[in-house]
Every structure is written in structure tokens, then in C-alpha cells.
Design a binder for this molecule. Structure first.
Ligand code: MTE
Ligand code: MO
Length: 365
């Protein structure tokens, strides 16, 4: 199975990024961390990850629901819009978030921490469509195929991934044609995308053209080659699935333009951020101002919806001028907690090691 190169088999032992990474970073932007202030991320501030190119939308676009079903469906956007709709805020994070913090660094989109956003997605429940098509008894998975084509690991492909039938039939899985109340923009998958709450971003297939019920597990590139946690290219690895817990803070104080180093006045300061996990609600967020030596509980607000991040706050009262390293750390209701040190893997996935923000506290002017 591993004849062509495994994704991110190329590693950099250097701190400076390569031109290949810069090229990716210039196309795929993150969410500026100050946008953690918004419960729903404004559209242009939501992170973006596009493997190949944004595909054109044919004028006669339609969605096909087929495969192991009793009635194949072909639906125009108008037909989809005419159905009973749903809306939900969903926090989505790229599985590669944190990749650029790993050493050696897997060569791919070099995310630091900002590959996350929460949008209010509007569309229709996938389950209703599958029920209408009539899933046959031998069905095991549902395959979602995007219109975008490209070459990855030497393999020419369409972007496509599957969900198990049980995961696809969950009530919260949507086919979305709206984002934050407006039409789904081209970069986020127009005219239609999958939204699978709780899953890392790769599962939320954009530019959907086909939903196919299948009777054998899908083994395509984005399922079996990419998005697996491997230590070495020959490892089979574990699939990347739901989002590991993470808390992020709005970096406080003033940013230095080039270095992004922070300066804070000597005065109590309210730290705020958001926390999420694909495994359940956030049970606690702890904050450290000494680089993780000691921790104190932040105040965690209720999740606005099960699928959306929770706001947290913490009153940071620096006792004296000097250098501090602020950290935040989330734990979910299943007991999963962010590690202080990242666990390395070849693709650079699911690195949810705690955020560290160095700040200099200066005496009042
Ligand atoms: N068709 C298609 N769907 C896709 C992708 C893609 O390249 N093509 N990228 C995936 C990845 S890796 C992520 S993280 C999310 C990003 O969604 P966003 O750009 O709307 O934030 O889309 C996913 N869906
Ligand atoms: Mo991603």
C-alpha cells in the first residue's frame, strides 16, 4: 500500500520555513487569534485550507446521492434549499493545526495555532436525504466526493473521504449551503459542503458533487494514506478523526509588528479565549503565567451549542514587571487533557500541545 510517498514524509530540521511551505501558507490563511473574541467567526476571518484549487461551479450543478440506495437522487441547489433547513454553530479545526511546532517539522501547511474557526452553517440534515434515498442493508460507509482535483503523494485524485454509516447518520451532520447567514463562499466549498461536527477539518468535504453509499470501506488517498497518525512511513497508523481538546487565548497587550512579541502594562488584565473538543464538552480550562509550572482554573462559560467552542476568562494580575509565559490548557468531559509537550507524528496531525504566549510586563508609564 505504501508504494507512492506517504504524505509529509519530507521533514525539515531547520527552523526557517521552506518556499513550498510559504506557498501553502500564502494561500491558506489562519484565523488571527484576536478573532477568538467572536463566538461566531466573521467569514473572512475563518481559517482556510484548500489542498488543490478552488474548482469552478458548473451552471447545471447538482448533487448526486447514489451507490447502495434504493432510489438514486439528483438534486439542484434550489431543490436542496426547498427542504426543511437547519442551522448550527460548528467549531472546525484543521488536523494540521500545531504542525509547525513539531521538530523535525513535517513539510505541509505550516500552521502554528490559528487553523480554527466557528461558523453558523445553514443547510439540510444529511440523514433526511439518506433516508429518502433508502440506504440498503449492505451499506457500511458513505463517501463524500468534492469537485476539486489535484495530485498528492504522486496520486491524481478528487478530494474525497468517507464516514461510517453510523457517523453519517448522526443528527448533527449537515450538507451546508450557507455560512453565517449568507451563501457559502467559493473558498469554503460553494455551492455545498459537508459539515461533520466534532471532526477535524479534513472530514468536512467542500465542493460536494456526490454522496455515495458504499458496501466496502473507502481506501482512497485522503482516508488511508493521508490523515493517519504514523511514526514512520511504513506504519499503518491510526486514522485521524475527532478534534483533540484545545484552549486558545487572545494574546494580551500590544503586539510587536515583526516579532509578534507582547507587551502588557503592570495592571490586572482579563485574559479571554475559547476552548473545544470533538469528544465532548469542555470540563475545565487552566491557565499558567509561569510557563506551566503552576496552574489555576479559568472561568468556563457554557457552550452555546454542543458543536461550538466555549468562552473562558481568567484574571491575570502580574505581581511585578518582568517576563511571563502565559499558557492555557483544556480538559474535556471524557477526561482528555492537552499535553504540555507535543507527541510527534509524520504528518504533523493533532498536535494539541498547550499554547504559550510570552509577554513582557512593563511598569506603568
Ligand atoms: N473538497 C475539499 N474539501 C476539503 C478540503 C479540500 O482541499 N478539498 N480541505 C479539507 C481540510 S484539510 C480542512 S481543514 C477543511 C477546511 O475548511 P475551511 O477552508 O472551510 O475552513 O476543509 C476540508 N475539506
Ligand atoms: Mo485540514
Amino acid at each position: 500500500m505504501t508504494t507512492a510517498p506517504t504524505p509529509a514524509a519530507t521533514l525539515s530540521d531547520r527552523e526557517d520555513i521552506t518556499v513550498a511551505e510559504l506557498q501553502l501558507a500564502a494561500r491558506n490563511h489562519g484565523m488571527p487569534l484576536e478573532a477568538l473574541r467572536y463566538a461566531v467567526t466573521p467569514v473572512g476571518l475563518h481559517y482556510l485550507l484548500i489542498h488543490y484549487d478552488i474548482p469552478p461551479v458548473p451552471v447545471d450543478w447538482s448533487l448526486t446521492v447514489g451507490g447502495r440506495v434504493s432510489r438514486e437522487l439528483s438534486l439542484s441547489l434550489e431543490a436542496l434549499r426547498a427542504r426543511p433547513g437547519v442551522r448550527a454553530p460548528v467549531t472546525m479545526e484543521c488536523a494540521g493545526n500545531g504542525r509547525a511546532r513539531l521538530a523535525p517539522r513535517p513539510i505541509s501547511q505550516p500552521w502554528l495555532l490559528e487553523a480554527v474557526g466557528t461558523a453558523e452553517w445553514g443547510g439540510i440534515p444529511l440523514r433526511a436525504l439518506l433516508e429518502e434515498a433508502g440506504v440498503l442493508d449492505d451499506a457500511v460507509e458513505v463517501l463524500f466526493t468534492g469537485a476539486d482535483r489535484g495530485i498528492e503523494g504522486g496520486v491524481e485524485q478528487r478530494y474525497e473521504r468517507s464516514l461510517s454509516l453510523a457517523d453519517a447518520l448522526r443528527d448533527d451532520v449537515l450538507l451546508a449551503f450557507e455560512m453565517n447567514g449568507g451563501p457559502l463562499p467559493p473558498q469554503h466549498g460553494a455551492p455545498l459542503r459537508l459539515v461533520a461536527p466534532g471532526w477535524y477539518g479534513m472530514a468536512h468535504v467542500k465542493w460536494l458533487r456526490a454522496v455515495t453509499v458504499i458496501d466496502t470501506p473507502f481506501t482512497g488517498y485522503q482516508q488511508d494514506r493521508s490523515y493517519r497518525l504514523r511514526r514512520a512511513p511504513e506504519d499503518e497508523g491510526e486514522p485521524v478523526t475527532r478534534m483533540a481538546p484545545r484552549a486558545l487565548m487572545v494574546p494580551p497587550g500590544l503586539a510587536d509588528f515583526a516579532s509578534r512579541e507582547r507587551t502588557v502594562e503592570l495592571a490586572p488584565c482579563l485574559l479571554e479565549g475559547r476552548a473545544w473538543s470533538g469528544w465532548g464538552p469542555i470540563a475545565a480550562v487552566r491557565v499558567s503565567s509561569d510557563g506551566g509550572a503552576t496552574w489555576a482554573d479559568a472561568v468556563v462559560e457554557d457552550h452555546p451549542a454542543a458543536s461550538a467552542w466555549a468562552r473562558w476568562t481568567y484574571r491575570f494580575a502580574p505581581p511585578a514587571p518582568g517576563d511571563y509565559v502565559l499558557c492555557c490548557r483544556a480538559r474535556d468531559a471524557c477526561g482528555n487533557e492537552q499535553p504540555v509537550e507535543a507527541e510527534w507524528n509524520l504528518g504533523g496531525y493533532a498536535n494539541n500541545a498547550v499554547q504559550r504566549v510570552a509577554v513582557t510586563v512593563r511598569p506603568p508609564a
